[in-house]
Design a protein around this ligand. Sequence first.
Ligand code: PHE
Length: 338
Amino acid sequence: MKEKLEEISENLNNLKINSKEELENFRLKYLSRKGILNDLFEEFKQVPNELKKDLGKLMNVVKTNVQIKFDEATEKFKKNKKTNLEDKIDFTLPADGTENGSRHPLNIIENKIVSIFNKLGFTIAEGPEIENDWHNFSALNFPLNHPARDMQDTFFIYEDIALRTHTSSVQVRLMQKKNPPLRAIMPGRVYRNEAISARANCFFHQIEGIYIDEKVSFADLKQTLYAFVKEMFGDDVEVRFRPSYFPFTEPSAEMDISCQICKGNGCNVCKHSGWVEILGCGLIDPNVLKNCGIDTEKYSGFAFGMGIERITMLKYDVKDLRTFFINDSRFLKQFSSI
Ligand code: PHE
């Protein structure tokens, strides 16, 4: 029996358990009811008493070694469970790039317009989106019950409080607050009660501007706007002014540029005319200056206003204005590199 125990010890030393199956086989072979250890203890009962002491010690060593071997292997395969999982992750692979956010196209164009006018010496003015009738209409020479108020379908909140229909209301606030010379632009969101379509929305964004000083003329207005469109659309853009009407400017005009999509050849965007209107402008009506406390003997000024959506559509060839507001990331992603 001694040889048997020594042989088992020897085997145990050389044994390597490499898998869960081998571990299970080991358990069956050594530790189960019909396993080697049990057999040994049965056999031990027959051993003469005088040999029991030495053999017993040896038996205990074998038994402990079997148990240690078993425990170690069990632990190892528990750990391996995790290791296997980790094996599935290849830490040497380059990480997935996190997606970069991008500026909204309207924001890109607004920033561009603002920076062009900044270079021309215009500062930025802002005002509230909820306005009273006086700032949005009356001060701007829209008499009460005048049909011109219908030009801009208004969302009223109370009787004389409304969502501003244009950022001209900010011009009024600025003229009241500061003395000329004044040179500022007013970017902001405006609201009109219009049916939503590819060309109109119930809210949109404007940038308006004013310049008030001594002897400001229509020529100054034209040169300023020329400089703006050349910076915005490039040197070969063509410009034309058409007479128009706004209650707050006199004379008034609308400015068209050569269609940037068909380059003047005619397409759906310019309705085959080769021209697209991009802004309204004019010399500020003296009534407006008076309403805001500006001396009309000394000062004159010009004003202009444009829709940021319109400029963005022309710049990026966007056919439907609604795409700006539905937050479809497939559309927005296209501007991530700009
Ligand atoms: N406020 C006008 C509009 O919203 C634009 C405009 C501004 C026209 C200044 C002339 C002068 O349509």
